[in-house]
Design a binder for this molecule. Structure first.
Ligand code: GLU
Length: 307
């Protein structure tokens, strides 16, 4: 299959679309990103990588980081993690407080904000403080992406903190239900830091390989998690990875993935490759508009799907 040709065709087709969506504007640091950018990369199991467009441009990975923190927490706590977080789609906006109140402070899944904050809390308990936890998260992401240059954007993290009322409210609500062990301030600070990590599509497609290969990095043979755990993470990505549009993504693309409000999306093609796409304009459900379209076209042209 000529992947380069397919990626270039996909890029051309999506870039010609007039409607490119709307850049996230809840914090100024994200609002100023040029909407006319699009990058896409795939990395195969032998390390061969194909890219098109702005694949070297770093962007804020935001909620994509939740896949990595979920992996770390699952490795540390195993199925005990599900005593404090569910694994069902929420059917509510990603930052909703209402369901959390009804369900006694147990977040529906690790990819809505409450669930991700809870995952970060469990990492804080293990690593004792925010600095150690952040360093462990950075190390894990640098390892799976095989790139030591990866770091976070301080301005984005600080800006999130300045506008973090809802996340702080979610953390407080969980604390009131005894489902948060550490200080709210430490939890949200650590959470915002990992959301503010910057990567490009080349790094992210490489970082997805352990999930495409049942927990083992196919390039260097390192096992990060068990086969069972990798399967579960992929299942949660398929059912909960795209906010309220998760069903739609499964319907149109047919592959497990996770998006972030920075406009990035990561996707796993089991036993074949990792994919990442980025374009900062979002659709009404908060997923990259061109990114989602590009993945749909890519899946169609290559015939890749888990179904
Ligand atoms: N830092 C963002 C928030 O917590 C993440 C949003 C996202 O990418 O879904 O609001």
């Amino acid at each position: 299959m000529n992947y380069q040709l397919i990626l270039d065709e996909v890029a051309e087709e999506v870039m010609s679309l007039k409607n490119k969506g709307k850049v996230a504007n809840y914090i100024p640091a994200l609002e100023n990103v040029d909407i006319e950018q699009f990058g896409m990369s795939i990395t195969l199991f032998d390390g061969t990588e194909y890219s098109t467009g702005n694949a070297n441009t770093l962007f804020s990975i935001q909620s994509i980081s939740k896949v990595f923190t979920f992996t770390m927490a699952l490795k540390l706590y195993g199925t005990d993690l599900y005593k404090r977080i569910g694994r069902e789609p929420s059917g509510n906006p990603f930052n909703s407080l209402v369901q959390l109140e009804y369900e006694q402070g147990i977040p529906r899944n690790p990819f809505i904000n409450a669930g991700a904050l809870n995952v970060t809390d469990s990492l804080l308990s293990h690593y004792h403080n925010s600095i150690n936890s952040s360093n462990a998260i950075f190390k894990f992401i640098r390892d799976i992406a095989s790139d030591n240059s990866i770091t976070y954007n301080k301005n984005v993290a600080l800006s999130e903190m300045d506008h973090g009322f809802r996340n702080i409210a979610l953390a407080n609500l969980m604390k009131s239900f005894n489902n948060l062990d550490n200080e709210v301030d430490d939890v949200v600070k650590t959470y915002f830091k990992h959301c503010a990590i910057e990567m490009n599509t080349k790094m992210l497609s490489r970082a997805m390989l352990y999930l495409a290969n049942h927990g083992v990095d196919p390039i260097n043979g390192i096992r990060y998690i068990t086969e069972e755990q990798a399967k579960r993470i992929n299942a949660v990505m398929l059912t909960c990875g795209h906010y309220d549009a998760s069903g739609d993504f499964a319907f149109h693309v047919g592959l497990p993935g996770k998006s972030g409000v920075g406009g990035g999306i990561v996707v796993v093609v089991p036993k074949k490759m990792g994919i990442s796409v980025w374009s900062p304009g979002l659709n009404s459900q908060g997923n990259s508009l061109l990114g989602t379209k590009a993945l749909e076209l890519f899946a169609k042209k290559t015939g890749l799907s888990i179904f």
